[in-house]
Design a binder for this molecule. Sequence first.
Ligand code: SF4
Ligand code: MSK
Length: 657
Amino acid sequence: MAEEVEKTKKSVDTASLELIDKAGTDQVSLAFDRAERMKPCPIGAVGSCCKNCGMGPCRVPLPKGKEETPEEKKKRRGICGATSETIAARNFIRMIASGAAAHSDHGRGVAELFLAAARGKAPGYEIKDEQKLLALALEWDIEIGDRSNNEIAIDIGEKALAEFGRQEGEVLFLKRAPLKRQELWRQQGVAPRGIDREIVEIMHRTHIGVDQDYQNLLKQGVRSSLADGWGGSMLATELQDILFGTPAPVLGQVNLGVFKEDEVNLVIHGHEPLLSEMIVAAAQEPEMIALAKSKGANGINLAGMCCTANEIIMRHGIPLAGNFLQQELALVTGAVDAMVVDVQCVMESLPDIAQCYHTKIITTSPKAKISGAMHIEFDEHKAMEGAREVVRIAIENFPRRGKNIRIPKEKCDLIAGFSHETINYLLGGLFRASYRPLNDNIINGRIRGVAGVVGCNNARTAHNEGHIAMVKELIKNDVLVLQTGCSAMASAMAGLMVPEAAKYAGEGLASVCEAVGIPPVLHLGSCVDNSRILIAATAMVKDGGLGDDISDLPAAGAAPEWMSEKAISIGQYFVASGVFTVFGVTWPTTGSKEVTDFLFKDMEELYGGMWAFEPDPVKAAQLMIAHIDKKRKALGIDKARERVLYDMEMRREMESA
Ligand code: SF4
Ligand code: MSK
């Protein structure tokens, strides 16, 4: 078992370090400081604490420094008799339930808005991607004929909403997976029904005195995670694309240097793009710009934070102010006039920190209020009015800015907007869109494999360090990297998401990137957009030559700085889809050897993918590369790589492909 790496610094990002320093001067307490003051509970951290009933909490830690006898192990139980295996497995799948619920409730919100828009009850929203609407109608057997887009969208919206509560059968998108994978899920009994049902079943089974077989508990964890990845999250991505437009490559900028001293700075933070889409439109209205000018500002500068940032850069090129651990730092600049938040990954410390400056914190979701913040509830029937109100509050607050302002100079260009459709088009061209060139370059060894690197920041490890070190190691070894979430932003801040970053890539990957004109690290969007990675992996299988299941692909996944329960759900659906997946920082089941061995070893037998834990990001990347090489060997394409020498003829052939 890998040892945890000791944290030596707070961040590897100089803009963040500058503002951490300023926060110290301003006597503002940050997550970085709280992490130093609060040591993690060593029993809870490894999954050995149960508080599922009023007789507990019961702690069942492994004895330190000595081998446990079978007799001693038998006695190491909670009051109800629960073993350390049951407790660790229950804790683990409750994390999956929470993570899957977060993604999928986001998806449900999108489905509700989608339906309201189709019925003409959500003014300002309309179908933006007709092609994707019609493709989904065909996939779901919804009549197209001469019906209007809205008529078709009503049927799609109703069907999508029904998916969440589906009591029987399987979620519809499961059929998108390779056939072999679908069969495997059915054989294992994990093909999921609706997400609501699977999550309720986790909560039922983990109640005191219900499921007390750790393998059976973990199986339900798999089922629920699949309902997230191939259900709730995929629905969110698909419907958002239809409603707001499918992303296409777009130039943007990232890091705290995107704030402007002479403009109103409004940060949009959280996850759901429902309101932020309207804020983007409201901030461009001439009346709003005129109002900003009347207050002495030169304009309105929108910037995103966390996954809302990913949503709005993918579709509008709006700059990314930062990732999870930079949300407090944005306020410390003293230059943010308002920060509007919805759900997930929003720190409760924000209103307190805002008091030290002038920033207004505005909550918008009835599901997520914060004491000390203003609340303007998002109402889909009057979304534009709500958006204008938010923008107006930011503008009115601009003159209240104090003198204690420091905007770091760091900002970096990136190309975002790599949806599955875009990758397909970029690789194959408009008339023969396909993953064929990618598969061919994997088979001939120029690209060694593909890695999905995703997930959060974690204050227990140096901000961004793990993401950047891992991604650099992967591309250096010719592994094409697909990213989402805060991880994508970390790489973008390190300059890895521009075509020039090919200089960090191995010769084979660099030559393909140069020929196609893409960066070696592709930004696929927000946390729910991990479903795009599933679709990309499936497209690779379907294009042929790399086996007949996702588990055959020379591919791996990772979340080197994970912290959110959503990351556990994502990791579990990657593993259950056949992907080797490595997490860093900490691992939540090490209190039970049996549960950990099951996740790290036995799952490979059952699903062709398994978990691993390695806090050193470079070593973790090497594990991924070793797995990729194992898969290349199994496919019989390991020799091709050895032969790759890149003479001029090969380069010409690639450029004309
Ligand atoms: Fe303790 Fe069992 Fe209650 Fe958990 S469910 S707190 S192990 S008695
Ligand atoms: S925002 S879930 S910290 S990636 Fe999606 Fe970032 Fe993780 Fe939240």
